[in-house]
Design a protein around this ligand. Sequence first.
Ligand SMILES: Cc1ncc(COP(=O)(O)O)c(C=O)c1O
Length: 332
Amino acid sequence: MTPMQNEWPNFSGVPEDDILTLPRPRGQTLARWIWWNGDIREASRQSVHYYANALHYGTAVFEGIRCYPTDDGPVLLRLEDHIERLQRSARLYGMQVSYDAETLQAACVEVTRKNRISDGYLRPLVYFGEGPIDLKPKRACPVHVFIAIRELGTFLGEGALRNGVRVTISSWRKFHHTMLPTMAKASGHYANNVLAAHEAMDRGYDDAILLNQDGTVSSATGQNIFFVKAGRLVTNDETSSIVPGITRDCILRLAEEDFHMPIEIRSFTREDLLRADEIFMTGTAAEVTPVRELDGVEFATGRNTAAAALQRAYLRAVTGKDPQRADWLTRV
Ligand SMILES: Cc1ncc(COP(=O)(O)O)c(C=O)c1O
């Protein structure tokens, strides 16, 4: 018995199925059809005006939603929660969205069905369109909404889910929630993440973790951070200027309800991470990705880790193999 199995005997009870080895799309092929301002259109015929306010000032909000194959056909994961977050993000930026939640949810289903995609990623995006050169787009710019979809397999590369990734602490700090509303998924906020991701790539790492100004950890460029130390699962919350992820919420529920793990929600430091037994990251695109190295320090990955058990439980749930989590899934 490993220490992990002693701590949580039911970790070893997670069935070893073949979810990790299921064939998944290798590319990110764009779909033919897009939902655009109310109807399904040929995607290649749509364009964004060169004076769209969003292009100049980052005034767009968006979501990323996964579509998974199940035995009963494709499903969208936590659709209601994603649409609710989109609406809250739009409201924060003064965008009047002409479509209600039910319409946007139905549109996500429709565009997925129309493109016959089962392993995919939806990108609903709301943006301020063309208008005068000023910083008050809510006064004169139209609000456009589209929902695009493309194929997506594993996000951080083949093997990332199984073997983990190498990450570095970025020299770029995360902006504080008093500077921009960090809980909103707004395009302009992502310039910070792009700088950090480029820096990580240039240093030869897979991804970066951004610290807050006070030295506590915020998140990775598109993922929330968890660590496991002495049998406890730790993650931070919105007071650490994170986007509180929907995947994060899934993992917290699985950890509590299926594994009865002790959970601590608190801010933590780089040192906490370096002293952890395991680190992993969660996000719609990256799913549950273990971290095998943080700036030269190695961490446990693979069988008998908490991350692997939570990852398997998550992948089972999102592919319709966990009846208790059927309410996370919307059938297409
Ligand atoms: C900065 C950031 N943090 C966290 C997340 C994870 O959120 P979710 O699990 O809802 O995809 C994302 C991705 O959406 C993100 O971009």
